[in-house]
Design a protein around this ligand. Sequence first.
Ligand SMILES: [Zn+2]
Ligand SMILES: [Zn+2]
Length: 294
Amino acid sequence: MKRNNFHTHVFRCGHAVGDEERMVQAAIENGLVELGFSCHIPMPRYRRHLLKGTIEERSINNIPSFIRKLILGGPNMRMPYSQRHIHLKEVQRVKEKYKDEIQIFQGFEAEYFEDYQDYYQELLDSNTVEYLILGHHFDRSSINERYYGRAILEDKDVLKYASQVVQALETNLYSYVCHPDLFMIGKRTWSPACQEATTQICKKAKELSIPLELNSGGIRRGLREIEGVVNYPYPYDEFWKIASEIGNDVVLGIDAHFPNNFKEENYQNLELFAKRFSLHVIENFTFRKGKSNK
Ligand SMILES: [Zn+2]
Ligand SMILES: [Zn+2]
């Protein structure tokens, strides 16, 4: 199977290492033929977004990080808006420079935030980005209390996550779903609500032919044993049993945060997992353009 990756971060999101050029070089060194940049999307009016979320939630669990985000407009969760221009320019530059060795694409990993749907559409319409992928990390606002991977996630939160993912898929803005089983980081034990949420996500993705991503980032976190059940935080076995039954298309995603994440071993681990559940892995997927190609 050819090696590619459409889920790549750079240092600009505040929690990855490596600039655009370093990531491209590492991808080439590891035999990748296609590389898509999809750092955590820089958002305009980010301070307003954070403040609105905080007022709704009435709590902040990490004050220094919150203040840092307010001042810098992003870190350490997403690329500050002020970095957007230089990032886009850098990707264009390396795209040209390495064009004989690797094909490079510009994307972003974005949540489903209703307030930003027009912004996402505009990014696609103006060809600023070629694709967006859905990484639905937060419920309505990028504050820690709303993180879907937070400890002690309840059944109702899991169901809310699923309904938001389903709504996101219907917008046609997102070309695939990153780590659709992210909620298992915090949920930890499988429940009927997880079954229900998974079924909703997989059915909708199948109906709209939108692939789900098997994410290497969760495998790199290692196996953990909870109440006698051994699993990665994600990909989580029970989720992918359902995806297999429903017959979802599956994309392998490295979720690269470091140049060495492209190593062959990470692809092989994903392939092994996919094989265990007889998943239908595809090498490429359609770039969706929201309303413009519905
Ligand atoms: Zn993500
Ligand atoms: Zn990511």
